[in-house]
Ligand binder design. Sequence first.
Ligand SMILES: NC(=O)c1ccc[n+]([C@@H]2O[C@H](COP(=O)([O-])OP(=O)(O)OC[C@H]3O[C@@H](n4cnc5c(N)ncnc54)[C@H](O)[C@@H]3O)[C@@H](O)[C@H]2O)c1
Ligand SMILES: [Zn+2]
Ligand SMILES: [Zn+2]
Length: 354
Amino acid sequence: MTTMRAAVFHGVNDLRIDEVERPRAGVGEAVIRVTLTTICGTDLHILRGEYPVRAGLVIGHEPVGVIAELGPGVTGYALGDRVLVGAITPCGQCRGCLSGQLSQCGHGGGYEAIGGWRFGNTIDGAQAEYLLVPNAQANLAKIPDDLRDEQVVLLADIASTGFSGAESGNVRIGDSVVVLAQGPIGLCATAGAKLMGAALIIGVDGDDTRLAMARRMGADVVLDHRTTDVVAEVRRLTGGGADVAVEALGTEGTFETALRCLRPGGRLSSLGVYSGKLQIPYDGFAAGLGDHHITTTLCPGGKERMRRLMEVVRHGRVDLEPLLTHTFALDDIVAAYALFGERRDGVLKVAIRT
Ligand SMILES: NC(=O)c1ccc[n+]([C@@H]2O[C@H](COP(=O)([O-])OP(=O)(O)OC[C@H]3O[C@@H](n4cnc5c(N)ncnc54)[C@H](O)[C@@H]3O)[C@@H](O)[C@H]2O)c1
Ligand SMILES: [Zn+2]
Ligand SMILES: [Zn+2]
């Protein structure tokens, strides 16, 4: 077979399963047969035309699969190895990568903003039977035999991102942490805060299913933003403001709430993807004199990140499978997008089997 089925972006709200050419591995590359993938909120932004990609692109960036082809120069792997590949595929060689900024990879050169995110963005992605993995040596993470695909697929993106919200916020043992929004990313940030040793975790959302899941993922208190003055309640619960606030939605409103929830010297860790303007109210950060830390993070990738995250799952520190609420075949992915996009039936993440 030289063709394969793949979810191809044809234009706004026009995604189709097409028969396309199957990729071949060149120097330093690998091809994997995708066994399980999922749909990200970012894919919804692409489909709706809110994040532009070229027509004809295969989308998706959360692959689990089996090595089907290894290009020259890729060593230490065998055909048939089960692998997890991060959503972000750093080259491992550029200034960005070698300075520790793998997500801002410059592909062998300097830095490129968001340059590490290639699948389903600048090159063909994972919602397909086969996937070409660039810089395979830096990006193929072997899956331990005792882990199933369903246990690891969410590590490629949402868990790596969500956990990084807590890591970049430098959560310390005993901290109070508020996580604004409990979508898949926020839920993983909640789990990440727990992994980092937070004493009090407050999850905020306006959806009952997600608030219930927030408790399951480690929130001690959940707040419904529809009925609660979140800033006042966080200040009351924390005795004057949280040590860390994680923004996991990407709106000016939640960013401002995050800032106002912090104690002086607190840390705002932002994961959301924003559009338009993001204005900071001067009184929310003591006119710039409040010793606040504000950081942003793009999903960490690369095989070492994936290995570490798989160890976290393997040793029972976190269980992400409850977030996989629905399963579809690749051929039915358009229906999966509809369910996921409309947030029907308590959906959190959909498993796509190929
Ligand atoms: N930094 C990264 O690398 C990265 C990676 C993936 C996604 N993202 C971004 O993370 C954000 C969250 O992604 P997601 O998939 O979890 O989104 P999602 O849309 O599934 O979830 C958003 C949640 O926010 C809740 N919400 C809405 N208004 C709220 C409010 N005022 N206060 C609290 N909660 C509110 C909704 O009920 C929903 O549960 C998006 O901006 C996405 O683009 C960032
Ligand atoms: Zn994503
Ligand atoms: Zn690089």
